[in-house]
Design a protein around this ligand. Structure first.
Ligand code: EPU
Length: 367
């Protein structure tokens, strides 16, 4: 194969981030092969040029102008590493669409990803925030990540422990801008009866699907269909109403504080994390503060799932919203929740500065 090295060019990234924020990149390049990575990145590192890895753009808040070199890995392919009667180990290239991967594997009888159906984005971004939904997190099914470490110009095979996964967190998120993930490995199973249906309405929705198909027990395919339907009913489709999924993390507070809040709001939803901590449903807090549909236009809290901020500038025919518009509504929600419940909400998506650096603080108004 002759290796072509694509040239960098200016690009409008407004349609490449699901929040549809106005963003102009000075230098943008898409990669389709691992072999292109070193020749492109090495000279940039030598020049100390800042850069940013952009995947599906479904969990980022981009600035109006990006002076960093934006690298978009669109590598394709799925490889079976090992298969026996019970198990399939696969390795998936970073540019594969996540939901297509879920449907392809589950429909083929390779199970494990069904609870993670309909999450937007590409496979390479999934380990960065350890995506999770309906009782399953990526770290339940992942085996390893292959990634290029940019500052040291070296390739790494990281096993699950080396990825240092946490709740919506990983080494890739904490050392953002250093790692370019190219492949993700998964351990899938073939047991049609092994399912995880304990979260919320999943069991009932899946049972209904199974009964309609005249089956007495739920299969992983039913789980995938049930979760797809639940998500479609609550979460806005970014193609119609731009958003970046949950905008706030569910805060973890001390259980005594949770019990205290419960005396005032008996319906408050929380899940015990350990002996002394409880994870509170941020969506409940925002919803019960009466904030659904509110915010500072054009960024408004979604009217069906209060944890999601939506961008109404395209539907209102306004000029594209900016990062600072999102910050205004973020701070508005944080202030309302802090004064009502004494809880600080942390932003979940990644805030990118003009130089491509990631700002992990929660209250920034720059940009
Ligand atoms: N709730 C409300 N009002 C709302 C939203 C939620 O009262 O507007 C209540 C619900 O009734 C429920 C509780 O809050 O009792 C939890 O809500 P839900 O099951 O919808 O989940 P979530 O905590 O809001 C988390 C993830 C989602 C994931 C769902 C399902 C985070 C930050 N978010 O949301 O992930 O899909 O659970 O597992 O952990 C994402 O990260 O982008 C994302 C969508």
């Amino acid at each position: 194969m002759t290796l072509s090295i694509p040239a960098s060019s200016q690009a409008d990234l407004t349609s490449l981030n699901t929040m549809a924020l106005a963003c102009h990149a000075k230098y943008f390049v898409s990669l389709s092969h691992e072999a292109q990575i070193e020749p492109i990145l090495k000279p940039l590192v030598a020049n100390q040029a800042p850069f940013l890895i952009l995947s599906g753009g479904s969990n980022v808040l981009l600035p109006p102008t990006l002076r960093a070199h934006v690298i978009q890995p669109l590598l394709k392919g799925v490889e079976v590493i090992h298969e026996d009667k019970d198990q399939v180990l696969i390795e998936v290239m970073a540019g594969e669409n996540w939901h297509e991967l879920v449907t392809t594997t589950v429909n083929r009888g390779w199970f494990g990803l069904e609870n993670l159906a309909l999450i937007p984005g590409l496979t390479g971004a999934a380990p960065v925030q350890n995506i999770g939904a309906y009782g399953v997190q990526l770290d339940d099914v992942i085996t390893h990540v292959r990634a290029y470490h940019i500052p040291t110009d070296s390739w790494h095979h990281l096993d699950k422990a080396a990825c240092e996964f946490g709740y919506r967190d990983s080494v890739f998120k904490r050392q953002a801008g250093e790692w370019l993930i190219t492949r993700v490995g998964f351990d899938l199973h073939k047991d049609n009866q092994r399912i995880n249906s304990q979260y919320g309405d999943v069991q009932n929705a899946a049972l209904e699907i199974a009964y309609k198909a005249q089956r007495a027990s739920i299969t992983p395919v039913d789980i995938m269909q049930a979760i797809t339907a639940i998500r479609q009913s609550k979460l806005p489709n970014p193609a119609n109403l731009p958003n970046c999924g949950s905008f706030f993390k569910n805060p973890i507070i001390g259980t005594p504080q949770f019990e205290q809040l419960k005396t005032q709001w008996p319906d408050l939803v929380g899940y015990r994390v350990d002996e002394t901590h409880t994870k509170v449903a941020a969506g409940w807090l925002i919803d019960h503060a009466g904030l659904k549909g509110k915010g500072i236009a054009p960024i408004l809290i979604h009217d069906r799932q209060a944890l999601v901020l939506t961008n109404h500038s395209p539907s209102l025919n306004l000029t594209p919203a900016k990062q600072s518009d999102v910050a205004a509504t973020q701070v508005y929600v944080q202030e309302q929740i802090a004064s009502r419940y004494g809880i600080h909400l942390e932003r979940e998506p990644v805030w990118i500065e003009e130089d491509g650096q990631i700002n992990l603080s929660n209250t920034t108004l720059r940009g």
